[in-house]
Design a protein around this ligand. Structure first.
Ligand SMILES: *[C@@H]1O[C@H](CO)[C@@H](O)[C@H](O)[C@H]1NC(C)=O
Ligand SMILES: *[C@@H]1O[C@H](CO)[C@@H](O)[C@H](O)[C@H]1NC(C)=O
Ligand SMILES: *[C@@H]1O[C@H](CO)[C@@H](O)[C@H](O)[C@H]1NC(C)=O
Ligand SMILES: *[C@@H]1O[C@H](CO)[C@@H](O)[C@H](O)[C@H]1NC(C)=O
Length: 566
């Protein structure tokens, strides 16, 4: 009797929450509506004018196929748009701004990019604005002053005089600095970094030079010496590349964009120390990634997950039911980004992207990011990523919404209207075939895996073994438990429906690697929509590789134990 009453209460509560959520989702602005309005040219604010002008500079035209931004209608008047954009930029360049105002930061970053492009990259466009000679000259002087003051105001820690000097430097690096790998590490990642280097060199035959980045005392002098004795490995102290008053920006994963900037490579690939590749990244990323060739960036997607608990635990089931009826309820983070990115690119609204549509509350995984810093638009976007991850901005705003640095990459590209694309595949799982006492259907459980251009497994984002607390003297927690690598599945659609990302409990000893997570017995699993097609065996060669990685890992642990005893 009591049970029935409770069930009834829960049911009533769920229905009520469901109705509230539906109302909330319906009353939210539809990004498509903005885009439609945008195409009709009814917007007059400076943000829209900037985005239109950027789309125009990228060569977009009305009804053109394959547009990235898609804001240019047949009414678009470049002269009027420029006038609005330019007068606001001049005004901005003379005023300070409130650093917690991220919309104003982005406005200034766009003004900087527009001025930079008109001065150095697309100077022929100035002629299209039918300015007479004297006006053109004075406009150029103004553009120079905008670039100078906005750059020093937003990026006071920039090592170079201005962005153009940096671009020129990266465009003319010596061949040995053309491309390379960055590992950004602290003390607790030291054995994993050694492991990553050895897998690249000894298993994948990757000969790219490697830079180890650290922020001052994050690595001991002994560790630095060990790295420096390895062939084609060098260490970089980020403290040497940024002024002292900006060192508080260089903390943990927030320092990754700064490492990308400080790297001497024109085309750096930054990887987390716990990433293992199954293919040589020189070939699979630098040579084969289409977005790298087209846009100078390679971004990998995170798995498709709605942040079930963003409101409260009991909202989970109503949210799931809402999804079944096609309502995707945006999290606070998505709502924040929608307000910031009021005129999103067509790409952000396409089936390629999930975030703005609340199809997934995670979009990007930044365990591996590759950039071409010889491209000015890429460098401008990277600078904005650095700014978004700086202490003031992240503590005041970003930390509430972005789960560390990961989403800030694509967001900066999107907000700056610089064309970008994600690598194919919506990530997947690599590991063993699930089927424990709670799992009746076939899953693959283990670690997150990302695909190459052809949806083949490329790299494995593993979970870092936890330390017992203190640095160096302590042992790993259950570090010798590894699971077999036999299967993988990659999500090719990016919809939750039919693709099942779960956490499963397992009591089997061989699954105890998950102790590394600190959540005893829980492991991440994935079931693709079409198990017969998408749940695949690793090839014998791939299995051999992962077995060697495991052996190598144990060897390094033994070596490291002896090292720390000395
Ligand atoms: C690396 O080189 C060795 C020796 O030349 C070769 O046996 C191995 O297959 C190569 N590995 C890869 C991934 O190409
Ligand atoms: C070191 O770099 C040079 C030139 O970039 C290359 O020829 C060589 O194979 C590399 N050595 C290793 C061990 O990767
Ligand atoms: C790089 O890609 C091109 C085609 O895009 C191919 O012809 C070439 O062999 C590739 N180089 C390497 C080293 O894989
Ligand atoms: C994934 O990471 C784990 C833990 O570091 C490692 O044991 C395993 O070999 C990796 N898998 C692959 C496919 O590289």
């Amino acid at each position: 009797m009591l049970q029935v009453r409770w069930m009834r209460r829960v049911a009533v509560l769920s229905v009520a929450v469901f109705i509230l959520l539906v109302i909330a989702s319906v009353s939210l602005p539809d990004p498509n509506a903005n885009q439609a309005a945008a195409r009709h040219g009814s917007r007059t604010d400076v943000d829209f004018a900037q985005k239109q002008f950027l789309d125009f500079m990228h060569g977009e035209a009305p009804n053109m196929k394959g547009q990235f931004g898609g804001s240019i209608s047949s009414h678009f008047d470049p002269k009027a748009a420029f006038k609005r954009v330019h007068s606001r930029a001049l005004q901005m360049s003379k005023q300070q701004y409130n650093r917690e105002d991220i919309a104003e930061l982005c406005r200034r970053a766009r003004a900087n990019l527009i001025a930079h492009s008109l001065l150095f990259e697309k100077s022929e466009l100035l002629d299209k604005l039918s300015l007479d000679e004297t006006t053109k000259e004075s406009v150029q002087t103004e553009l120079k002053s905008i670039v100078g003051s906005v750059t020093s105001n937003l990026y006071p820690w920039l090592e170079w005089k201005d962005v153009q000097t940096a671009v020129k430097k990266f465009q003319s690096v010596e061949p040995a600095k053309e491309a390379g790998i960055i590992l950004s590490v602290g003390k607790s990642y030291f054995p994993l970094a050694i492991h990553a280097i050895r897998t690249l060199r000894e298993v994948l035959n990757c000969s790219l030079p490697i830079e180890i980045h650290h922020a001052g005392p994050e690595l001991t002098t002994q560790m630095i010496e060990i790295f420096n004795t390895m062939p084609n490995v060098s260490t970089i102290d980020l403290y040497d590349h940024f002024p002292e008053n900006s060192h508080d920006n260089l903390v943990g994963f927030y320092s990754k964009p700064f490492a990308l900037l400080a790297s001497s490579f024109r085309k750096p690939i930054i990887m987390d120390a716990d990433v293992l590749f199954l293919q040589d990244p020189a070939r699979a990323i630098l040579n084969a990634s289409l977005s790298f060739h087209q846009h100078g960036q390679t971004f990998f997607r995170d798995r498709t997950l709605t942040n079930q608990f963003f409101e409260s635990w009991f909202a989970y089931y109503p949210l799931m039911i809402a999804r079944k009826f096609g309502y995707r309820v945006p999290s606070p983070a998505v709502r924040w980004f929608r307000a910031l990115d009021e005129y999103p690119s067509l790409y952000a609204l396409s089936s390629e992207s999930r975030y703005l549509m609340a199809r997934s509350h995670h979009e990007m995984e930044s365990g591996v990011v590759a950039l071409d810093k010889g491209r000015p638009d890429v460098l401008h976007a990277l600078l904005l990523v650095c700014k978004l991850n700086s202490r003031v901005e992240r503590e005041a705003v970003l930390a509430q919404y972005t789960n560390g640095d990961k989403e800030t990459f694509w967001m900066a590209w999107e907000l700056l209207r610089v064309p970008y694309k994600f690598n194919p595949g919506f990530s997947g799982m690599i590991g063993y075939s699930g089927g424990n006492m709670w799992l009746t259907k076939e899953h693959t459980c283990g670690q997150l895996v990302h695909a190459d251009q052809d949806l083949q497994p490329l790299c494995n984002f593993s979970v870092t073994p936890r330390w017992n607390g203190g640095i160096l003297k302590d042992k790993f927690v259950s570090r010798r438990n590894v699971f077999p690598f036999e299967k993988y599945a990659i999500d090719s659609e990016g919809y939750m429906e039919g693709w099942d990302w779960t956490w499963k409990w397992s009591l089997k000893a061989e699954h105890a690697h998950v102790l590394w997570l600190g959540w005893t017995g829980q492991s991440a699993c994935f079931r693709p929509r079409n198990v017969g097609k998408d749940l695949r065996d690793l090839s014998e060669r791939q299995k051999e590789m992962t077995a060697r990685y495991t052996d190598m890992y144990f060897e390094i642990l033994d070596w490291f134990d002896k090292l720390v005893q000395v």
